[in-house]
Design a protein around this ligand. Sequence first.
Ligand SMILES: Cc1ncc(C[n+]2csc(CCOP(=O)(O)OP(=O)(O)O)c2C)c(N)n1
Ligand SMILES: [Mg+2]
Length: 324
Amino acid sequence: MSIPSSHLLDLYRDMWTVRSFEFGLEREFKKGNVPGMLHTGVGQEATQAAIAANLRTTDAFFPDHRCHGLLVLAGTPGERIMAELFGKATGVCSGKGGSLHSADPSVGNFGDNAVEGSMMVTALGVALGFRMQGRDDLAAVIVGDGTSGRGEWHESLNLAATWKLPVLYCCINNGYAISTAVGKSHATENLYEFAAAYKMPSVQVDGNDVVAAYEATAAAVASIRAGNGPYFVEYKTWRWQGIFSGEFRPPEEVRYWKEEHEPIGMLRDRILAGGVADAATLDHVKADVEAQVEEWIAFALNSPAPDPAKATADVYVGWEVEPR
Ligand SMILES: Cc1ncc(C[n+]2csc(CCOP(=O)(O)OP(=O)(O)O)c2C)c(N)n1
Ligand SMILES: [Mg+2]
């Protein structure tokens, strides 16, 4: 399943959308304009672009805490996601969702959950519903390596495999959970080996090589849509920003992932070497995306704060709770 070279430029734009979104968000966070905590997806752009490019709006997906850019790639207008993260009334969840709870069912985004792994269980019900409706849609769950020690992780894989549910497990193995290395908290650094024990197709792919990530995801999606049950893809990658600020990883490791194995630069080299586009075109794509992100930030900054009287609106479907 190889990717047409014309799609490489789209992926390049998508990856810059993720990075520019996060860089802009981080800048505004440091100015105090973004409430709550912030974990960015910088460094993981290839996995997000590859996953988004293989989903359709009738699928369901459950993003993780670094997927702000993916929410935009999935089809929600960028200014609505940005405003949500700024806690503004114009946000996609009226400013009540923030980074960890932004959902947009119109594009299949069922939202993240602050309790790592809990959405892996919810996804089972969604996937079962799709199958009962005779649809070939799937439920994609995006989870970090840190979730793989949780009970929900194993319960979810076990039931999905037993019932052959259409679930795409996207495991973002960036090497650490907070600051604990994967190998210190699991019997293996290769988490797809756990999934294999649940008798589902499971592969590991270089998550910084967007072409490899795209092709692995496309193969998984095709298998699931054909009715073969769940599929597990482990993307080996690295996040520039941890959960807290400050660097705890060795300098040579930082240099490798930020310079030698940096996902956008890798795709740029590939596009230039293959003659798909020239440097001026690629520079234009980046500048264009950066300008767009600034417009989204301006929209968010200029948007009103939510009305306190509506704090409890939309919390339950069809039932407005009286504010106390
Ligand atoms: C059940 C649960 N335990 C602990 C936490 C606190 N917590 C937030 S992020 C995180 C680490 C997540 O690591 P990983 O899944 O590898 O994601 P990464 O930040 O590396 O992308 C933890 C432990 C949580 N949110 N939920
Ligand atoms: Mg991790």
